[in-house]
Design a protein around this ligand. Structure first.
Ligand code: SF4
Length: 329
């Protein structure tokens, strides 16, 4: 039974910079500012969608939360404990509680191993010694994700894309995790298969009380699965709100542009498309003030000079824009 509104994960002011080395002595000459001062929290049992264009830092943030990348600074509290202070042994036991499903189900599965041994791998690493016990668990996991016992002996190339992602889901579930980071988990799949895997993730969430951080560049996929959505632009969260509210009433000009560019299921929709100026700037030298200002249709002088604070415009709806609620569509 899940405790109501219990915060499972709290990320505070996370920064991840990748140093750029140059010159004869390979001195640090700059940094790629992949994630810059991001704070988010996830309630137990909910799905937080993290959306943004490719290169906005969303995958880096997911990996930093799992400590697959070491953040430059900040705090990651999981069940109230700062896991950035954990040593290697503590990280190892943490892996049981936090798992990841990768984007490409083909390259994330070892082609030389059968589905059975891929799913059993985390069980071996975490000390399930009995082969029978492992086999039983693998069979149950295959069933849970809609595959069959006979699939245990097949190799990844013998499955379809959707089936391969089901193996990835089974592997992530093997250790009964609490949090799963789904990193573009359905992006490589056909639309009809995407729906099947999303439904599977939804069903598993209700059955096992899972919590998801669902990372995607696709706004419609995120809408389908998320309770809340955070929008990221050039390493910063620019807007976060309940899913329904964000899609109905986006306040940030970037969110509005993203939503306007995303294809509508209704061909008769008269929605106006916002064309953004220029390309996404480089995270090596991001624009001053509001990072979105060179592309924003509503930018004023202050936007290039001062970074906007994140304000709560409505209950649970945060926006980082100097003119939130005053500009936009
Ligand atoms: Fe646009 Fe200025 Fe708001 Fe940034 S702060 S989104 S540049 S209006």
């Amino acid at each position: 039974m899940l405790e109501k509104n219990k915060v499972l994960l709290e990320v505070k002011n996370i920064v991840k910079y990748y140093p750029i080395l140059g010159g004869v002595f390979l001195k640090e000459v700059g940094a790629v500012q992949a994630v810059d001062d991001v704070s988010i929290s996830i309630i137990e049992g909910e799905t937080l969608g993290l959306v943004g264009e490719s290169g906005c830092g969303k995958t880096t943030l997911g990996r930093a939360i799992l400590r697959l990348e070491e953040p430059t600074s900040g705090e990651v509290l999981f069940e109230g404990e700062d896991i950035l202070k954990y040593d290697q042994q503590q990280i190892r036991s943490l892996r049981k509680k936090m798992q990841i499903i990768f984007q490409d189900p083909f390259s994330s599965l070892n082609p030389r191993k059968t589905a059975g041994s891929i799913i059993a791998e985390p069980l071996i690493i975490h000390g399930v010694k009995s082969r029978n016990e492992r086999n039983d668990r693998v069979q149950k996991l295959l069933e849970v994700v809609g595959l069959k016992k006979e699939h245990m002996k097949r190799y990844p190339h013998m499955f379809s894309g959707g089936q391969r992602q089901r193996i990835g889901v089974a592997r992530a579930l093997a250790l009964n995790p609490k949090l799963i980071v789904c990193d573009e988990a359905v992006s490589a799949l056909d639309v009809s298969i995407q729906a099947q895997v999303l439904n599977l993730l939804n069903d598993l969430q209700s059955e096992f009380g899972l919590t998801y951080l669902f990372i995607s560049h696709d706004l419609h996929v995120v809408e389908h699965i998320s309770d809340r959505v955070a929008v990221m632009y050039l390493g910063k969260i620019v807007e976060a709100a309940g899913s329904e509210e964000l899609y109905k009433k986006p306040f940030h000009p970037y969110t509005q542009a993203l939503l306007s560019a995303s294809p509508m299921p209704d061909p008769k929709s008269k929605k106006k498309r916002i064309i953004l100026k220029g390309d996404v700037p480089s995270p090596i030298n991001p624009p001053s003030g509001c990072r979105f200002h060179p592309r924003c249709l509503f930018a004023k002088d202050i936007c290039s000079q001062q970074e906007p604070e994140t304000k709560e415009i409505l209950t649970g709806h945060q926006v980082a824009c100097h003119f939130a609620g005053e500009v936009g569509l």
